[in-house]
Write a protein that binds this ligand. Structure first.
Ligand code: C2E
Ligand code: CA
Ligand code: CA
Length: 747
C-alpha cells in the first residue's frame, strides 16, 4: 500500500483523542511570583508526566499563552504587574481561551477570593497550602472534565449541523412535567420565529404551527402514545406564517414509562420531507397527467372510472363513458406541422373541459358530479359522466361536445375546422367493467365516424360485430400485399379538344377474398391506421410502371400513367431513387409515370417535399396536384414546386350546372393555372354540359364517367386501341405527352 492520502474518508471515523496518555502529556502553565512554589509544582507535575511552563506574573502568563495555548493553567491570585484575576479574565477573551481550564490558587477559607475567581471565569480553585500528593490527581481530573465538556460541545455542534443539513430536528417531551424541549432545528422546522426559540416550552406552543387540518390527528396520536406507552409515526403539514405549507414526518418513541405503562417521556424526531413530497407530486403528475393538455391520462382515468363504477353500483346509478376522436387532426398535423397539432389539441381539450364544467354547473343535483375528461393519446379523448338520471342526459352532453368541436379553431393564424366524432357507452346497459365500457365507447365512436363524422353514436350491441370486422379487415389488409390481392384499374385522361386519350390514372382496388372488389373508400383509412401507406405506395408505383411498359410492348402509344401517392410519401427521402430503379427495371421512360399528390404536402416540411419533387422533376417524372381547391394551398409554395398540372376537384365539377360559384371557381383555377404555365385537368366529368363548359374555358384535359370509369388493364388497352384506330383529330404524336413506345422488350 502507498502512503496514506492526506484526506481519507476513514479519518472521520477516528475517535476524538481523550486517551489517558494524552492527558498526562498535557502542557500545564504554572503562574506564580514565588519561584520556590513554581519549582515545587513543576517537580510534582513532571513526576506525573505533565509538561510544565512557568510564568512569574499574570502578564507573562498571557504572553506565554499568545505563543501557544496550554491545556491547563494553575494561577496564583496575588502577583505583581498583573494579578491572577485580571490574567484569568483577559485569558478568557483570547481566541481559544474560553475552553482552557483555569484553577485559581487561593488561601484556605478566602471566600471573597473564591467568589471572585469564579466571577472572572476560573474553572476551579485549589487552596493553599497545596497538598502535593493530591495535586496531580486534581489536575488530571480537571483535564478530563474539560475534555469531556469539549467533546460534548463538539457533539452538540455536530448534531445540530447534522440536523440542519438533514432538515431534521428532535424534541423531548416531559409528559409528567408538562413541557417539551425541542432542538433549535426543531423550532426552525416548525416555522417558529428565531425569537421564540427556547430550551423548553409548553407543548401547545411548540405545536402551534401544525396545519389546522392535521392538528387533531397529531393530538390523538400523542394522547394515544401517552395512554398506552407506545410510539408512533405520523406525517403532517406545517402552515407557515406566509401561507406556505411544509411537510413533516415525525417519528415518536416513548423513552420512559410509569409503573402502569403510561408514557412519562416522549422523544420525537422531525424530518422535513417537503422536497420528497414535491418530487412525489411531480412524479404523480408525470404518471397521471398528460403534459400537453394537463388533462388526466389513461392511467388516472381508468382509476377514476373504477371508483365511479363502484359508486354507481352502490347507489344504483348510471354513468356514461364517451370516446372522442377529432376528425381532421391527422390532416392538420400533417399539413401544418406538429406545433399546430399540439396547439389544436390544447385548444380543443380546453373547450371540451369547459363544456363539462358548464354542464356541472347546470346540473340540478347539489352533489358534485365529478365529470371528468382525459386524453388517451393522439387526438383521442375520453369523457366520464357520473350520476346520470337518464341516458338522454348523456346524449345531450354528447351533442354539446360535438357542437363545440365543430366550431372553428384558429391555429397559427389559420382557421381550422376539425370536428370530432363521439361514441357513448352507458353503465350498466352497455357494460359493467372498465374495459368493456371503454371498448364499446370506442366502437360507437368508429360507428359515428363511418356515419359521416362530426356526430355521436350511442353504443348498441350490433356494433361489436362491426368493430371485430374492422380488426379482421386490418389483419387481412396486412396480408393483402403478400397475397397479391391489390389491383390497379385505369381511368383514361382525355384531351378536352381532341377527345383523345392522353393519359391514365391508376386507381387501386382490393380484390378481397370474401367481399369481392373493394374501392379505396372502403379501406384507405385502414391503410393509414395499419401503417401501410409506404409499402402500398411502392407497390402501386411498381405495378403502374410494369403495366405501362407492358402496354407499350403490346404496341400501344406511350401515355403517362398517374399514380396517387399519400402526401407523407413525398417526404420519403428514398422516393426518387425508388422511382428511378422502378423505371429502369421496366425500361420505362420517365415520361411514362406521373405522380399525383394532394395539396397537403405543401405545408408540412415543405422544404423536404420541394427537394424530393425537384429530384423527381429532374428525372422527368411529372407531378400534379390532386383535388385542387379543397386544401390550404398557398400560391407562394405552389410556385416553388416543379408541378405540371392542377387537377380540379370533382366536387366543383359536379355542381357546375347548379352552383354559379363553382363556375367562377373553375374558371379562376383555369386562369390561375395557365398564368403559371400549368395544365388543368378536370375530374369527375359526367355530362356533356360539363364538358362543354370546360371546353369553353380552355380546360386542357378531363377524366370522368362521361368517357369511362376506371377499368381493368385489358379494358383500358382495348379502349386505347379503339380510340387510336378511330383516328381522332389531334394525333398522339402531336399532343406532346404521348409518343411511340421507346422499346419493345418486356421485363
Ligand atoms: P382521386 O385521386 O380524386 O381519384 C378520383 C376518384 O374519382 C376515383 O375514385 C374515381 O373512380 C372517381 N371518379 C372518376 N371519375 C368520376 C366521375 O365522373 N364521377 C364520380 N362520381 N367519380 C369519378 P376511387 O377510385 O374510388 O378513388 C378514390 C380516392 O382514393 C382517390 O381519389 C384517391 O385519393 C384514393 N386512391 C385511389 N387509388 C389510390 C392509390 O393507389 N394510392 C393512394 N394513396 N390513394 C388512392
Ligand atoms: Ca387522383
Ligand atoms: Ca382527385
Amino acid at each position: 500500500m502507498s502512503a496514506r492520502p492526506a484526506f481519507a474518508l476513514g479519518d472521520a471515523a477516528q475517535p476524538a483523542p481523550v486517551a489517558e496518555s494524552v492527558l498526562t502529556r498535557a502542557r500545564i502553565l504554572v503562574v506564580d511570583d514565588d519561584a520556590g512554589a513554581r519549582r515545587l509544582t513543576r517537580a510534582t507535575l513532571n513526576k506525573s508526566g505533565f509538561t510544565v511552563i512557568e510564568a512569574a506574573n499574570g502578564q507573562l502568563a498571557l504572553d506565554a499563552m499568545m505563543q501557544a495555548l496550554p491545556d491547563l493553567v494553575l494561577m496564583d491570585v496575588s502577583m505583581p504587574v498583573m494579578d491572577g484575576f485580571t490574567a484569568c479574565e483577559t485569558l478568557r477573551r483570547l481566541p481559544g481561551g474560553s475552553r482552557i481550564p483555569v484553577a485559581m490558587i487561593t488561601g484556605l477559607d478566602d471566600t471573597p477570593s473564591i467568589d471572585r475567581a469564579f466571577e472572572v471565569g476560573a474553572t476551579d480553585f485549589i487552596t493553599k497550602p497545596i497538598n502535593w500528593s493530591v495535586l496531580p490527581h486534581r489536575v488530571r481530573y480537571m483535564l478530563r472534565a474539560s475534555s469531556a465538556i469539549h467533546n460534548l460541545e463538539q457533539n452538540e455542534r455536530r448534531l445540530s449541523n447534522a440536523q440542519r443539513i438533514g432538515e431534521m430536528g428532535d424534541w423531548e417531551w416531559r409528559v409528567d412535567q408538562g413541557f417539551i424541549a425541542p432542538s433549535a432545528q426543531a423550532w426552525r422546522l416548525f416555522g417558529h420565529a428565531e425569537a421564540d426559540v427556547a430550551a423548553a416550552a409548553a407543548p401547545p406552543q411548540f405545536f402551534a404551527t401544525v396545519h389546522p387540518d392535521d392538528r387533531d390527528r397529531l393530538h390523538r396520536a400523542c394522547e394515544q402514545a401517552v395512554a398506552n406507552g407506545e410510539g408512533f409515526a405520523i406525517d403532517h403539514r406545517i402552515l407557515l406564517a406566509d401561507g406556505t405549507v411544509r411537510h413533516m414526518q415525525q417519528q415518536v418513541e416513548v423513552i420512559e414509562r410509569d409503573p402502569v405503562g403510561r408514557a412519562l417521556r416522549l422523544a420525537g424526531a422531525v424530518h422535513d420531507i417537503t422536497r420528497r413530497k414535491d418530487a412525489e407530486e411531480q412524479i404523480r403528475r408525470l404518471a397521471y397527467y398528460d403534459p400537453l393538455t394537463d388533462l388526466p391520462n389513461r392511467l388516472l382515468f381508468t382509476e377514476q372510472l373504477g371508483l365511479a363504477l363502484a359508486q354507481a353500483e352502490r347507489h344504483q346509478r348510471q354513468l356514461a363513458v364517451m370516446f372522442v376522436d377529432l376528425d381532421n387532426f391527422k390532416r392538420v398535423n400533417d399539413t401544418l406541422g406538429h406545433k399546430a397539432g399540439d396547439e389544436l389539441l390544447r385548444v380543443t381539450s380546453a373547450r371540451l373541459a369547459a363544456v363539462l364544467r358548464r354542464n356541472d354547473a347546470l346540473a340540478r343535483s347539489s352533489e358534485p358530479h365529478g365529470h371528468s375528461i382525459a386524453r388517451l393519446g393522439g387526438d383521442e379523448f375520453i369523457v366520464l359522466l357520473t350520476d346520470l338520471q337518464r341516458s338522454e342526459d348523456a346524449a345531450n352532453v354528447a351533442q354539446r361536445l360535438v357542437d363545440t368541436l365543430a366550431e372553428p379553431v384558429f391555429v397559427q393564424g389559420t382557421e381550422i375546422y376539425v370536428g370530432g366524432s363521439l361514441g357513448v357507452a352507458m353503465y350498466p346497459a352497455d357494460g359493467s367493467d372498465i374495459d368493456t365500457l371503454m371498448m364499446n365507447a370506442d366502437t360507437a365512436m368508429y360507428r359515428a365516424k363511418e356515419a359521416g363524422r362530426s356526430g355521436f353514436q350511442l353504443y348498441d350491441r350490433s356494433m361489436n360485430a362491426r368493430a371485430l370486422d374492422r380488426l379482421h379487415m386490418e389483419t387481412q389488409l396486412r396480408r393483402a400485399l403478400e397475397r397479391n390481392e391489390f389491383v390497379l384499374h385505369y381511368q383514361p385522361r382525355i384531351d378536352v379538344l381532341s377527345g383523345r386519350i392522353v393519359g391514365a390514372e391508376a386507381l387501386i382496388r382490393w380484390q378481397h377474398p370474401e367481399r369481392g372488389l373493394l374501392m379505396p373508400g372502403d379501406f384507405i383509412t385502414l391503410v393509414e391506421d395499419a401503417g401501410l401507406v409506404i409499402p402500398i405506395g411502392e407497390w402501386v408505383i411498381g405495378e403502374a410502371c410494369r403495366q405501362n411498359a407492358a402496354w407499350c410492348a403490346d404496341g400501344l402509344p406511350l401515355v403517362p400513367v398517374a399514380v396517387n401517392l399519400a402526401s407523407t410519401h413525398l417526404r420519403e427521402r428514398g422516393l426518387p431513387s425508388l422511382v428511378a430503379r422502378t423505371l429502369a427495371r421496366h425500361q420505362l421512360p420517365a415520361s411514362g409515370l406521373e405522380i399525383e399528390v394532394t395539396e397537403s404536402i405543401l405545408l408540412a416540411e415543405p422544404e423536404l417535399s420541394i427537394r424530393i419533387a425537384q429530384e423527381l422533376a429532374t428525372m422527368g417524372v411529372q407531378l400534379s396536384i390532386d383535388d385542387f381547391g379543397t386544401g390550404y394551398s398557398s400560391m407562394s409554395y405552389l410556385k416553388r414546386l416543379p408541378i405540371s398540372a392542377l387537377k380540379i376537384d370533382r366536387s366543383f365539377v359536379r355542381d357546375l350546372e347548379t352552383d354559379p360559384d363553382d363556375e367562377a371557381i373553375i374558371s379562376a383555377i383555369i386562369a390561375l393555372a395557365h398564368s403559371l404555365k400549368l395544365k388543368v385537368v378536370a375530374e369527375g366529368v359526367e355530362t356533356q354540359a360539363q364538358l362543354a363548359f370546360l371546353q369553353a374555358h380552355h380546360c386542357d384535359e378531363y377524366q370522368g364517367f362521361l368517357t369511362s370509369r376506371a377499368i381493368t388493364p385489358d379494358a383500358f388497352a382495348r379502349l386505347h386501341r379503339q380510340a387510336g384506330a378511330a383516328g381522332a383529330p389531334g394525333s398522339a404524336a402531336a399532343s406532346g405527352t404521348t409518343g411511340p413506345c421507346p422499346t419493345t422488350t418486356r421485363s
